[in-house]
Design a protein. Structure first.
Lengths: 115, 114
């Protein structure tokens, strides 16, 4: 059954630590995205990748890093430089990069909390 | 500068009636619009989309209307069901946006009362 898997569902981090959120998809999608959602707000783009070994900053990339070594995987690292990391993080993917009329599909998210 | 706005944070509707969710945008380059539905602690689920070459798109109980001159779109759900209770996000993108980056509104919480 194809889909986007984000793990873990809940994650706790001590201040000053880096933490990596996993995102895996078996949909053979080219493009992948990371968003952040804060309470009562919409989704804001952190990073995106259209092909393997290439990624671009979104609107709020500061304090985050990503890699795209495999088509299926797009992990997000929340570094200690991110001043307010507590949020709900959503990963998405899309079938064909460059074609507009294809919706993004989302995983079920990871909620990150600071201890 | 919010390019996509959903001015109603919440909406309450009786079961069986019509739900109308609204969305306004400011960027005239947007030419593809989407609606997503989100339950708590889950990812958004794609509902319906519309291209700027159309003014209406229908899928079962869901219809999206686009008014390009007013830069306004709306999602109609009829008849509304209790299972429709969720947060609805509208999103927009442009065809010259090679990364298909979506710009989201802040969401509207729909509550359908039995």
């Amino acid at each position: 059954d194809g889909g986007i898997t984000q793990s873990p569902k809940y994650l706790f981090r001590k201040e000053g630590q880096n933490v990596t959120l996993s995102c895996e998809q078996n949909l053979n999608h080219d493009a992948m995205y990371w968003y952040r959602q804060d309470p009562g707000q919409g989704l804001r783009l952190i990073y995106y990748s259209q092909i393997v070994n290439d990624f671009q900053k979104g609107d709020i990339a500061e304090g985050y890093s990503v890699s795209r070594e495999k088509k299926e995987s797009f992990p997000l690292t929340v570094t200690s430089a991110q001043k307010n990391p507590t949020a709900f993080y959503l990963c998405a993917s899309r079938p064909h990069s460059g074609r507009t009329n294809q919706p993004q599909h989302f995983g079920d998210g990871t909620r990150l909390s600071i201890l | 500068d919010q390019q996509v706005k959903q001015n109603s944070p919440s909406l309450s509707v009786q079961e069986g009636r019509i739900s109308i969710l609204n969305c306004d945008y400011t960027n005239s380059m947007f030419d593809y619009f989407l609606w997503y539905k989100k339950y708590p602690a889950e990812g958004p689920t794609f509902l319906i989309s519309i291209s700027s070459i159309k003014d209406k798109n229908e899928d079962g109980r869901f219809t999206v209307f686009l008014n390009k001159s007013a830069k306004h779109l709306s999602l109609h759900i009829v008849p509304s069901q209790p299972g429709d209770s969720a947060v609805y996000f509208c999103a927009a993108t442009s065809s010259d946006n090679a990364g298909n980056m979506l710009t989201f509104g802040g969401g509207t919480r729909l509550m359908v009362k039995p």
